[in-house]
Design a protein around this ligand. Structure first.
Ligand SMILES: C[C@@H](O)[C@H](NC(=O)OP(=O)(O)OC[C@H]1O[C@@H](n2cnc3c(N)ncnc32)[C@H](O)[C@@H]1O)C(=O)O
Ligand SMILES: Nc1ncnc2c1ncn2[C@@H]1O[C@H](COP(=O)(O)OP(=O)(O)OP(=O)(O)O)[C@@H](O)[C@H]1O
Ligand SMILES: [Fe+2]
Length: 550
């Protein structure tokens, strides 16, 4: 099978040819795995480089209209050379249907339709973010990894479950690359800023910056204003670059570890242009090594936007018979990865694995020793993080956890009694509660109680900060009493947005791991409704509907 791929969502006009002798190995349900060593990928790209400022959609579209025909012609010439004379020179034409800039996407869509019609071969409409993920899965041979997509316009964690790639966590504002690029524009550097920050950071020293993680979601707006303020105040730009990299990549590595911990998988792949950054790769590799997980980062030409990944995903789709009628081939600038019906993977495959615990548990943040009466939670140093940042986070979170666990009980929420705390070492001793994590014994009644508990917390002005199905303990006998644990990311606030985020984090953890999420989400919201405010539930709807592609 030979596929032509076309990419042009924003800056890279790119065309590629992917060729494999064993197309069936690209879809699940056969006994074979793809063999990248014997497959063939050819990529021809022409990047758009703005003279000043960031990417201008109109200029980018002009670039695409000139460059796309050229790169497609080069790729087709390459396909023709490899062709042995029978049938069309490619078996299908794959293109990025979205997300991306509308004017650019339309040019790519038109080019793809025209080549497919001329050659009389099927059209394959790919989601660009799923392509960023699938290229790492294809190369690594991992079965069902968590994927961290760190690109310009996006930043999210994806995991396959119930037939779709679920968003386990994502940026609450801008994409990671775009955030960095905004800072570099502020200090007068040309686009793209990411590689310049990486270079400058080699000569700087660490400075503290705002660190914002909520469950597996995260935000860059605070850190970006802080970085600009530092620059305006005359802090050496090299130092700001170190602070930015350590903080932003520390956040991404932490949420990736949380996703591994929540799902129970031991496979992580990286995707997206920011993935070319050596410091980010180093942190992710170190985190994975320390928790015994496997890590794969594709080489740079497959990380930044490229048509190779589009062609590989197109081949998977063609192998599964997932072709696109021309009448349905309009582009979609807001195409989210969780909207894709994944036809090339089995319905029963999942990122979620059964946890095997034997007394000592390794959470995302801490190691936990479970005794019959008490539980000792140690926030061990994370060596992937800068030592100063690591110490600050461990100290702050240990204190917050001990305080909020007690505050929550006063608000009418069942939590373990705190027996002892050592903020310097980051150790808390708790009463042992529950027989299993909610993740292992999900039922509507327990989930309803979680809704009620979050409502009680919010009324008391407390946000849990990380309410996932692993941070709820359930007693199996008798009344099935439910307790909330792990308040380390919690804080006091009356802001509706923060309360809604709490609900969003919990809902995401259900969607990412439950077999039948709908009834559970209904029970959760009805539990919240009883004691909570309608305004927060309305805001939750708004949070869920927000596009992230700004
Ligand atoms: C929708 C699509 O158009 C978009 N594509 C995109 O953002 O291009 P991508 O190639 O994945 O990423 C580009 C970003 O990657 C950053 N970047 C490139 N090299 C970098 C480096 N060494 N360190 C940090 N950032 C880097 C650039 O600054 C830029 O913001 C996306 O995937 O979100
Ligand atoms: N008081 C407790 N009683 C019983 N089990 C507990 C208690 N505290 C923690 N555990 C167990 O240890 C696991 C990890 O604890 P915790 O969530 O506090 O650590 P963590 O490192 O912050 O984890 P993560 O960040 O992945 O949620 C819990 O999922 C639970 O199974
Ligand atoms: Fe991209």
């Amino acid at each position: 099978m030979r596929i032509l791929g076309i990419e042009g969502t924003a800056w890279a006009a790119s065309a590629a040819v992917f060729e494999t002798d064993d197309p069936d190995a690209l879809r699940s349900g056969t006994d074979r795995a793809p063999d990248p060593a014997s497959d063939h990928v050819f990529i021809e790209s022409n990047p758009y480089q703005p003279d000043s400022g960031g990417i201008h959609p109109r200029e980018a579209a002009e670039h695409m209209s000139n460059a796309i025909p050229e790169v497609v012609e080069t790729a087709l010439a390459h396909a023709a050379e490899r062709h042995d004379g029978d049938g069309p020179i490619v078996d299908g034409v794959a293109f990025s249907q979205g997300p991306g800039l509308g004017p650019c996407l339309r040019i790519v869509g038109t080019a793809a339709r025209s080549v497919a019609q001329t050659l009389d071969v099927p059209l394959l409409g790919t989601n660009h973010m799923v392509a960023h993920l699938e290229i790492g899965r294809y190369q690594s041979g991992f079965e069902s990894p968590v994927c961290l997509n760190a690109s310009g316009a996006n930043a999210h964690l994806l995991g396959y479950h119930n037939g779709r790639y679920r968003v386990l966590g994502e940026t609450m504002d801008t994409g990671v690359g775009n955030s960095i690029d905004k800072f570099t524009r502020h200090v007068g550097w040309t686009h793209p800023g990411g590689p310049k920050v990486e270079q400058a950071a080699k000569d700087g020293s660490y400075i503290d910056m705002p660190y914002v993680v909520k469950g597996m979601d995260f935000s860059f707006s605070g850190i970006m204003s802080a970085a600009k303020d530092e620059a305006d105040d005359g802090t050496p730009v090299e130092d700001i670059c170190v602070g930015l990299q350590e903080t932003i990549f520390g956040m991404l590595t932490e949420v990736a570890e949380r996703a591994l911990s929540l799902t129970g998988t031991d496979e992580l792949v990286l995707g997206g242009g920011v993935g070319q950054n050596a410091r980010l790769r180093e942190m992710l590799a170190e985190m994975c090594e320390q928790r015994g997980a496997k890590f794969h980062a594709p080489e740079p030409r497959f990380l930044r936007d490229n048509a190779g990944m589009i062609a590989v995903l197109g081949a998977r789709m063609l192998a599964a018979g997932d072709t696109l009628p021309v009448s349905e081939s309009q582009v979609n600038p807001n195409f989210r990865p969780d909207q894709v019906e994944v036809t090339w993977r089995g319905a029963r495959e999942s990122v979620a694995r059964a946890h095997t615990d034997d007394g000592a548990i390794r959470g995302a943040e801490a190691t936990v020793d479970i005794g019959p009466e008490s539980v000792v939670k140690r926030r061990v140093p994370k060596t992937y993080r800068h030592a100063e940042l690591d110490e600050r986070l461990r100290r702050e979170r240990t204190k917050a956890e001990a305080r909020l666990t007690s505050d929550a009980r006063r608000a009418g929420v069942r939590t373990p009694v705190v027996r002892d705390i050592d903020p310097v070492e980051g150790v808390i001793t708790f009463e042992a509660v529950g027989d299993c994590d909610l993740a292992e014994c999900l039922d509507s009644e327990s989930v309803r109680v979680v809704g009620e508990y979050l409502a009680r917390l919010h009324r008391a002005g407390i946000v849990h900060g990380d309410p996932t199905t692993r941070n709820v303990r359930v007693e199996l006998d008798g009344e099935k009493r439910v307790s909330l644990i792990d308040f380390g990311l919690g804080y006091h606030t009356q802001h509706v947005e923060d309360h809604a985020m709490d609900l969003h984090v919990f809902a995401q953890s259900i969607e990412g791991t439950a077999d039948d999420a709908e009834p559970l989400l209904d029970a959760f919201e009805s539990g919240y409704e009883e004691y909570g405010s309608q305004e927060v539930l309305d805001r939750l709807r708004e949070v869920e509907s927000r596009g992230r592609y700004r």
